[in-house]
Design a protein around this ligand. Sequence first.
Ligand code: GTP
Ligand code: MG
Length: 223
Amino acid sequence: MKGVKKDSSPQIVDATFVTEARELAHLPPEGPPETAIAGRSNVGKSTLLNRLAARRALARTSKTPGRTRGIVFYDLQAQFPDSPAGTRTALRLVDLPGYGYAQVSHDERRQWRTLVEGYVKRRAALRLFLVLVDARREVQPDEQELLEWLESLGVPHQLVITKVDKLSAAERGALTDRLRRAFAGKPPRTSLVSGETGEGVDHLWRVIARHCQGEGVPNGSPA
Ligand code: GTP
Ligand code: MG
């Protein structure tokens, strides 16, 4: 693509687990700018997080959905290609618990909502909220509501279509139209990624950098 820098991915000098918070009282103190990763169980949140962190097993991934119940925080030290050598940017990636898992009870759903809504509303360090949707599934009403809610709060957000490696060429071609239909002609900003192959991760890093390298509008500030 013309005018688009090809390599935006930073070198991840350090990546560490901070904590898992199962209730709001246990959120860690505010620290580096945060990018939150949300989506249905099994959509590929932890796989994408590992890919962004350039680590194979920083976050636990699983074929059994619905394992992680808390909000998990990871700290990265990143050397961006456009920063002077030796300049490290501190960033935090936040793995949110999966939702929409069929076997989760009504109570657990309510808990998820309280936890995630509370986190989004009170977190000054939150700079970007990623809503992940599996490329082979339709965007669901609850995902649309989540995006609208983020918009209403002025929280910068991005739709991230995951597992694009599983699409045939024809399915890929139909994706843009499918999204346009799902959002009545006005899809939100969207990234296409594969945590498995790394496709689209460079683009996503560019989005994260834009929000977290000091130019982003802090959560809760007027737009
Ligand atoms: P929960 O933590 O249970 O909510 O799931 P999650 O959203 O963190 O999903 P996770 O990253 O654990 O991935 C779920 C399954 O999907 C695993 O078997 C992954 O290997 C697979 N997977 C994740 N991302 C991709 C992808 O981009 N392509 C393909 N083909 N498989 C993927
Ligand atoms: Mg996970």
